[in-house]
Design a protein around this ligand. Structure first.
Ligand SMILES: NC(=O)c1ccc[n+]([C@@H]2O[C@H](COP(=O)([O-])OP(=O)(O)OC[C@H]3O[C@@H](n4cnc5c(N)ncnc54)[C@H](O)[C@@H]3O)[C@@H](O)[C@H]2O)c1
Length: 318
């Protein structure tokens, strides 16, 4: 049993981590400013502090009072499109907020931080299978991707090597699951949340051009299991970056077909002419393909995904 602090503990992924930690018997504290998180996701056995991680002084008080041993750092502004409108706030939360978490962790002797990193750090790459050691250059095409990348660098530079906590960075590839954002909560839901809502309402599914973009979609339960393993593995702690994906990807047309309950091979022409799908205007920051190489996760965490994408979608449809 550990004293665990989950930042962003009322969000989609953070609240699912809170539940898993409560289930394994941890003493769980959450920190969330409710900017996108929801009170209804709060676990009654966990204590939530309504705190903004970009406020270092208030955050430090939580560490002083609670003395956590392990941190799952999921709090962030987590969407690409709004980051173009407010890059300053993205920097304040995702970069400075992460620095604040690391500084407080060092001061109060936290053992390890597991950081929720993002595959968007890769940006557009020529190689289709993304490996952690590949050169990133300047490809991160939006403030969200660059500020999440800054978080990884802070985990390395303010971690064990400079007297701070052990750190490990999990680069998630498109996470989906029961608490993902929906269109009812605003315009920035992710594709699976949007498609499920549209299907429920009997509306056509809106496809961002050209629909042949491919994404490696990862079930939230697999992501949570990776977090728990990363909090315990003796093979990590020095700021390692580890892909958390499935090693298989699907086009947006294939996602639409699965959500509509049609065969995976249903063509884009069929989906458009039948009126089941429509095209939306293009948008900035879309990469053509993501596909995780998960060798490192297998080696360092003994982690492999357990939920196939078709199974995960069929659970969400029912
Ligand atoms: N969902 C994905 O596909 C995905 C992919 C890659 C990485 N990630 C990362 O995973 C983490 C969780 O993402 P999510 O999809 O659950 O998003 P989410 O928006 O549901 O969760 C983020 C949580 O952080 C909280 N938060 C935001 N700013 C805060 C602040 N200043 N102080 C305190 N709390 C704050 C929000 O209220 C929310 O509860 C993020 O770090 C995100 O970058 C997510």
């Amino acid at each position: 049993m550990s004293r665990v602090l989950v930042t962003g503990g009322l969000g989609f992924i953070g609240s699912t981590i809170v539940d898993a930690c409560v289930d394994r018997g941890d003493n769980v504290i959450s920190v969330d400013d409710l900017s996108t998180g929801k009170e209804k996701y709060g676990n009654p056995k966990a204590l939530n502090h309504r705190v903004d991680i970009s406020d270092a002084i208030v955050l430090e008080k939580v560490f002083e009072a609670e003395r956590p041993e392990i941190i799952f750092h999921t709090a962030a502004l987590a969407r690409i499109q709004p980051s173009f409108e407010n890059p300053e706030r993205y920097f304040a939360v995702n970069a400075v907020g992460t620095k604040n978490v690391l500084a407080a962790a060092k001061k109060y002797g936290v053992k390890r931080i597991v950081y929720s990193a993002s595959s968007s750090a890769y940006g557009e790459q020529d190689a289709s299978s993304l490996t952690e050691d590949m050169k990133l250059g300047a490809q991160a095409a939006h403030p969200y991707g660059s500020t999440k990348r800054m978080g990884e660098m802070l985990m390395r530079d303010m971690g064990k090597a400079t007297g701070g906590p052990e750190t490990v960075c999990l680069r998630y590839f498109n996470v989906y699951g029961p608490r993902q954002s929906t269109t009812a909560e605003g315009p920035y839901a992710t594709v699976i949340g949007i498609f499920l809502d549209q299907r429920r309402q009997g509306k056509p599914l809106s496809v961002v051009p050209d629909g042949n973009q491919r994404r490696d979609f990862t079930a939230v339960d697999d992501v949570v299991r990776a977090n728990l393993l990363a909090s315990l593995s003796p093979k990590v702690g020095n700021g390692e970056i580890i892909n958390i994906g499935t090693g298989r990807n699907y086009s947006i047309w294939e996602v639409a077909a699965l959500i509509l309950g049609l065969p995976l091979g249903t063509s884009s022409e069929e989906l458009l002419t039948s009126g089941k799908c429509i095209m939306t205007p293009p948008r900035r920051g879309e990469v053509q393909e993501t596909l995780a190489d998960i060798t490192r996760a297998k080696t360092l965490l003994a982690w492999e995904p357990e939920v196939s994408f078709p199974d995960g979608i069929s659970r969400l449809r029912s």
